[in-house]
Design a protein around this ligand. Structure first.
Ligand code: 3HC
Length: 705
């Protein structure tokens, strides 16, 4: 018998425990172990009922995603066929009870649905999140879920990948009972209670009502929330089969669709994204046992959009936070926004008023540094100016306790220069949150040359506590995200000077899968802010190199973007953007004055120029060591910059296009457009050697051939 699965009899109840840390995935050995234990229990005359339970922190989080990744990279596709095992469970003449704590996801829930009964503790969660990985459930999920919760709800759950909490699952009929108290004795008692009941409830024997309206609603949901994604659409095909075909045929159809989905580029990319998002926590030169400083109390400087958002993120995680600004007015304005954001959440039913009150009670506005000496971390979120930040860090240095982490939320400025005004540069680090900070998942954690390892570990731990994706990056201009964004934005502006319109560029980027077009992003972030950042770096621009012309003009016209109702676009009172003929005329005039001949620009050129320039910068970042691995850059881009996760992130996307193809195109643009397109040395080398960015780790560590 496999060690991953064990069997112990509790009187007449056989308890099968799956023990495959960390999340009891159905890795090789687990299905075999389960099959063997089921057979033993079935054959044992002393056993009247069977319980399947998870050891450790959870029930079963699904098929083993790492195995999927391995099989995809070996060009095999396909996953383990769990159908025979689940059929054997459903066929069992003795009742099988699945007892859930933690989560039953994907194959975990499919296993549970094949059992005769499902019971769970109140904080358990269930769902079929396969669409997040670009795949169609492949072990009966699309056939059994509609039999339990109806076709419309099943379709909604599968398309959205929604995770349902136990009380709601009970109401839906997905669970049979909630177990208050200890799960194992509760499960054994439940099994004894139901041992003699016949007929055994078999999910596959239930009837699915066809529901054209429910399926149409799910199709609509897929179109809106999973734009360009193929797996949800294929899952709907399998769900439709649940309503029209007998169970066995529906299962066969699902299996075909699931296998097909696993061979798609989107599945590879989304599985890569899942793994990349977790790999960020593994920092090559940070020993795993590096203890973070304890973090209970925080202080923030600046009650603006960023400061207020960070305060909310901290308070949401139960951290006590002081927030300081220089004037009562600024402080009041900041707190009004925080309160409004929380009230909106309460109004939308995200959490009750008491939760809002608890969170508000954790946020203490103030005008001085009182109590800052107790803070475990101070996060500066003031105006983006080196002079301002230096002044503030000199002040913080005087009040903060010796082991307080001194963090700056700068999005572009030099951490070392900021640290240089303190007596303890080893305690200084960048925590670059993204706006709105209580919503956006990304935090770039910027290490300066003196930043201590415990300080890095503390910032990483903070990101985890806030349930954010914390990615460690180096201290280069714009760090990783903005450093790649600058050339991307610059290229987009060149494209409009040469003949495209902002709307055409944004549409092409949108169709590629970017959450927002670059000009819409600029209008949202503020053209004034963008212009100010450009000025901080104006001295770095080499003379004679082409620079975009429009940003200055829009800035000088006071067209700051959404906040002034006009920017690249014009906005109505609901902040809906429309192309502005005035801007388009100005672009044409500006191009003419500069002697730029406008021409027809294809969407293909837009994508190549915007995305490849970003990739080229990513290659430089990688080679300079400002990101630990290519997948960290990907994680930054899909969690903070709206890059489509189904393309894996810019570096993964580059690998899928092929570095040789990208390099050749960049070389062509280099000839046509000049120095800004000089290929990154690493890209050139990898392209010529036939390598991929994903293989960078091995090359860097000298392990590659
Ligand atoms: N396979 C392999 N490893 C998994 C895994 C899985 N299904 N789910 C999680 N892990 C690993 C993570 O990679 C991570 O490893 P690490 O410690 O080495 O980084 C570890 O488990 C802990 O995961 P998290 O950091 O995500 O821990 P959380 O507590 O935040 O979340 C979770 C736990 C809710 C289970 C979350 O990990 C999750 O959502 N997992 C994915 C669930 C999923 O998508 N299941 C479907 C799989 S596909 C499938 O089942 C196909 C079927 O139809 C046949």
């Amino acid at each position: 018998m496999s060690q991953l699965v064990s069997l112990a009899n509790h009187g007449p109840v056989a308890v099968i425990t799956i023990d495959n840390p960390p999340v009891n995935a159905l890795s090789p050995g687990v299905p075999e172990g389960l099959a063997s234990c089921i057979e033993t229990a079935k054959a044992d005359p002393a056993v009247e009922a069977i319980v399947i339970i998870g050891g450790g922190r959870t029930f079963v989080a699904g098929a083993d995603i790492n195995e999927f990744a391995k099989s995809i990279s070996a060009g095999k596709g396909g996953g383990p066929d769990l159908t025979p095992l689940f059929t054997a469970i459903e066929d069992s003449p003795k009742p099988v009870v699945v007892a859930i704590h933690g989560a039953a996801l994907g194959g975990g829930l499919e296993l549970a649905m094949a059992a005769h009964y499902r019971i769970a503790v109140p904080d358990a969660q269930v769902g079929l999140p396969e669409a997040n990985l670009g795949i169609v459930p492949g072990a009966g999920g699309t056939q059994r879920l509609p039999r339990l919760v109806g076709l419309a709800k099943a379709a909604e759950m599968i398309v959205s990948g929604q995770i349902v909490k136990a009380p709601a699952a009970l109401e839906l009929g997905l669970l049979d009972r909630m177990i208050e108290g200890d799960l194992l004795p509760g499960a054994v008692a439940f099994a004894q209670e139901t041992a003699a009941k016949r007929p055994l409830p078999r999910t596959r024997e239930r009837v699915v009502e066809t529901d054209a309206a429910g399926l149409a609603a799910a199709r609509d949901l897929a179109r809106k929330t999973r734009r360009n994604q193929t797996a949800p659409v294929m899952a709907l095909e399998a769900l439709e089969a649940a309503g029209t075909l007998p169970f066995a045929e529906g299962l066969k159809k699902e299996r075909e669709l699931s296998a097909k989905s696993l061979t798609s580029e989107q599945a590879s990319a989304l599985i890569h994204a899942f793994i990349a998002e977790r790999a960020v926590a593994k920092i090559p030169d940070l020993p795993k046992d590096t203890a973070p400083y304890p973090l209970h109390k925080a202080a923030i400087i600046g009650a603006g959009t960023m400061g207020g958002g960070i305060a909310m993120a901290l308070a949401n995680a139960g951290i006590d936070v002081r927030i300081k600004d220089t004037t009562q007015e600024a402080l009041d304005r900041g707190l009004v926004t925080v309160r409004r954001n929380y009230s909106n959440s309460v109004a939308k039913g995200r959490f009750p008023q008491e939760v809002m009150d608890q969170r508000m009670a954790l946020i203490h506005p103030q005008l001085d540094y009182a109590g800052f000496e107790e803070a475990d971390i101070v996060i500066e979120a003031a105006f983006e100016s080196m002079a301002v930040k230096k002044q503030l860090f000199a002040e913080i240095d005087k009040v903060a306790k010796p082991d307080c982490v001194l963090a700056t939320n700068t999005s572009t400025l030099d951490i070392d220069e900021i640290a240089s005004v303190t007596s303890r540069p080893e305690m200084v680090i960048g925590t670059h949150f993204f706006s709105p900070a209580h919503v956006m998942r990304l935090v770039e954690i910027v290490r300066g040359k003196a930043t201590g390892k415990r300080v890095i570990a503390t910032a990483m731990a903070l990101a985890k506590t806030l349930r954010k994706v914390g990615v460690l990056v180096g201290n280069s201009m714009g760090f990783v995200g903005n450093r790649m964004m600058f050339p991307y934005m610059r290229e987009a502006q060149f494209l409009v000077e040469e003949g495209a319109t902002p709307a055409q560029v944004d549409r092409a980027l949108n169709n590629f899968g970017m959450a927002m077009g670059i000009f819409a992003v600029d209008d949202m972030g503020g053209i004034d802010l963008n212009w100010r950042v450009q000025q901080e770096y104006a001295h770095l621009v080499k003379p004679g190199i082409r620079q975009p012309l429009m940003l200055r003009k829009l800035f000088e016209m006071g067209r700051y973007g959404q906040k002034t109702g006009r920017g690249w676009y014009v906005y109505d009172e609901n902040r809906k953007a429309a192309p502005d003929p005035e801007v388009e005329a100005l672009i044409e005039r500006t191009a003419k004055d500069a002697g730029i001949e406008r021409r027809q620009i294809t969407d293909e050129e837009i994508i190549e120029r915007c995305i490849y320039i970003m990739i080229n910068e990513g290659a430089r970042i990688l080679e300079e060591g400002h990101a630990s691995r290519a997948s960290d850059i990907d994680a930054i881009y899909f969690s903070g910059y709206g890059f489509p996760a189904y393309r894996g992130g810019p570096m993964w996307y580059a690998d899928t296009v092929g570095l040789r193809k990208i390099y050749d195109k960049i070389e062509e643009f280099h000839q046509k457009h000049g120095e800004l397109w000089a290929p990154a040395p690493l890209l050139k080398r990898f392209a010529l050697e036939g390598r991929t960015f994903a293989g960078w780790d091995e090359v860097r560590e000298g392990k590659a051939a």
